[in-house]
Design a protein around this ligand. Structure first.
Ligand SMILES: Cc1ncc(C[n+]2csc(CCOP(=O)(O)OP(=O)(O)O)c2C)c(N)n1
Ligand SMILES: [Mg+2]
Length: 578
């Protein structure tokens, strides 16, 4: 342990820990590292770039971690985040935990300090028992002590990240590992090219038949598509499943665009009608967590918050442990989404009877009414701009540029965007996910642009933007086609609260009024625009998309337009004693 293997004779070629890590990643098709340099991984970033990898350096590790996580979601390959020890590791850890919660495959690789000193708690430079801390927050955690084990360490990390239900993996690489040398040939032989890293998991035939029997007997069936369905990249089969069954469907936030939101079977505009009314619900890569009110309560037609509705559930999920987590699952279908959907399609054949006409008509009626109501609201042009009039512009821009990727965070800025801006293509909407986490914005935007080469539009609450705002420098440095729109309502949820004591401190939820966020982008050579009307916003967004220049548009939004916590006001405990 720790002792460096004896230097081999001069004539023989040697390799070292740095090169073996890079070679192991490259051998597995990993071509990009998102990170932040420093002891002991500075040289790793240099050598990775020299070896032809894309190394994207961030200003804070959390943003690099979020970038890695979303790159994993977009590509099905683990996104790599590279950090220094202790504080750098901890900064990356939030992103690792968030990736695990969201089932995004990522590997956090952190350098660490001397094991002997850390384990005796003797106060090393950036001392921390990182492996122990990472373990409960990720899917798997590994440490490599010998250069000859780097191949195995990287292979295990890749498998753990992408197989089964994907998630975050921690790989601990102590400083002493990197300069360790070994014979180059032996080093090469020690590396593993992972074969079939995410093996298909074929569902059992009886489970497929059980699910189909339930679906066939339904009078008011509904399909729910989750981000697991988007991750699966089984887009054509999922579309065929929806269209051949004729069943109305609801996309969860990051499944929007899996089929165009304008699809006639899309029931998003009738959500509050279809959830309680449906009799059989098929969940495809969607979990019955808080985002779906745990499958019970008033949302689902229950009498009170704990009461179950009358629905029967089919759940298509890669994890056998997911079923029954919140309510009874009558037909669990366990396997990877692609294999499950293709098995369902085979069972459906070509003569599947469409759902009863009265169900489809009732859904269509609600939908038409709600869409007309929304169109009326969107057509208004209040002064100052509100979320609706600003997002009406974003809606048009996304419709005209369906290949662009939309990143979205905030509260009102999130909820209004999700409901107003239609998506047309799979995996184009990236947002706060399962935790409703603030701070993903610029990390996601950078990765989306780097991975796809597409234009990125980031719709950001002004509070949300603050969590990762310094990365506009990163966006400018790599000259990425990112257009950030800050929905500036002067605060968290709203900007019109006052300190009730009359004191000089502002209220806890408000920011500087009329802050000029666009100047931040100008500081690094990007384009900054202040927009106070929908027309100004439209012109600036069109220009940003056309030019592909880093752009930040500061959209001044009525500070009284938002609501507490956006759409999840009911989750917020408020003081009973006034
Ligand atoms: C990491 C993290 N910290 C805090 C929160 C709580 N939170 C939820 S939304 C939000 C910001 C909402 O304000 P803004 O982004 O300006 O959106 P608005 O509603 O004003 O449009 C905050 C702080 C969170 N979700 N995540
Ligand atoms: Mg705000």
């Amino acid at each position: 342990m720790g002792t460096v293997e004896p230097q081999v004779a001069q004539s023989q070629e040697v390799t070292d820990g740095f090169h073996l890590v890079i070679d192991a990643l490259k051998l597995n098709g990993i071509d990009t590292i998102f990170g932040l340099p420093g002891i002991p991984i500075t040289d790793l970033t240099r050598k990775a770039q020299a070896a032809g990898m894309r190394v994207i350096s961030f200003r804070h590790e959390q943003n690099a971690g979020n970038a890695a996580a979303i790159a994993g979601f977009m590509t099905q390959k683990p996104g790599i985040c590279l950090t220094v020890s202790a504080p750098g590791f901890l900064n990356g850890l939030t992103a690792l935990a968030n990736a695990t919660t969201n089932c995004f495959p990522m590997i956090l690789i952190s350098g660490s300090s001397e094991r002997e000193v850390v384990d005796l708690q003797q106060g090393d430079y950036e001392e921390l028992d990182q492996l122990a801390i990472a373990k409960p927050l990720c899917k798997a955690a590994f440490r490599v002590l010998h250069a000859a084990d780097i191949g195995v360490g990287v292979a295990r990390a890749i498998r753990a990240a992408v197989s089964g239900r994907p998630g975050g993996v921690y790989l601990d690489l102590p400083a002493k590992l990197f300069p360790q040398t070994m014979d180059a040939d032996a080093g090469k032989k020690s590396l593993i090219r992972v074969v079939d890293p995410a093996p298909r998991q074929i569902p059992a035939q009886d489970a497929v038949q059980r699910a189909l029997a339930l679906l066939k007997g339904a009078k008011r069936p509904l399909i729910l598509l989750g981000k697991g369905a988007a991750y699966a990249q089984a887009d054509a089969d999922i579309r065929a499943l929806i269209e051949r069954t004729g069943i109305p469907y609801l996309p969860m936030s990051m499944a929007k665009g899996l089929l165009p939101d304008t699809h006639e079977q899309c029931a998003s505009a009738a959500r509050s009608y279809v959830l309680p009314e449906a009799d059989v619900v098929m969940l495809v890569g969607a979990r019955l967590n808080w985002l779906l009110s745990h499958g019970k309560g008033k949302t689902w037609g229950g009498k009170d918050s704990k009461d179950w509705g009358g629905q029967k559930f089919i759940q298509v999920d890669i994890s056998p442990q997911e079923a029954d987590s919140n309510v009874r699952i009558d037909a669990p279908l366990v396997g990877d989404i692609g294999s499950c959907v293709s098995a369902l399609l085979a069972g459906i054949g070509s003569s599947w009877a469409k759902p009863p006409a009265d169900w489809l008509a009732a859904v269509a009626e609600r939908k038409t009414k709600n869409i007309a109501k929304m169109a009326e609201t969107l057509a208004k042009n209040p002064v100052p701009m509100n979320f609706h009039s600003a997002l009406n512009v974003v809606r048009d821009i996304v419709k005209a540029n369906p290949g662009a990727i939309l990143v979205n965070e905030g509260a009102n800025a999130l909820d209004f965007t999700r409901s107003i801006v239609d998506m047309y293509q799979p995996r184009k909407r990236l947002d706060v996910g399962t935790w409703g986490i603030m701070g993903i914005g610029m990390g996601f935007a950078v990765a989306a642009a780097v991975v796809s080469g597409e234009a990125v539009i980031a719709i950001e609450g002004d509070s949300a933007f603050g969590f990762s705002g310094m990365e506009v420098e990163t966006i400018c440095r790599y000259n990425l086609p990112v257009c950030v729109v800050v929905m500036n309502n002067n605060g968290v949820y709203r900007g019109d609260e006052v300190n009730p004591t009359g004191g000089s401190d502002p209220a806890p939820l408000v920011f500087i009024k009329g802050a000029r966020y666009e100047k931040l982008m100008e500081a690094f050579g990007g384009v900054g625009v202040q927009a106070t009307t929908p027309a100004e916003l439209r012109a600036a967004m069109e220009q940003a998309i056309r030019s592909r220049k880093p752009t930040l548009i500061n959209a001044a939004i009525d500070e009284a337009a938002g609501t507490e916590s956006g759409r999840i006001t009911s989750l917020n405990p408020s003081a009973k004693k006034k």
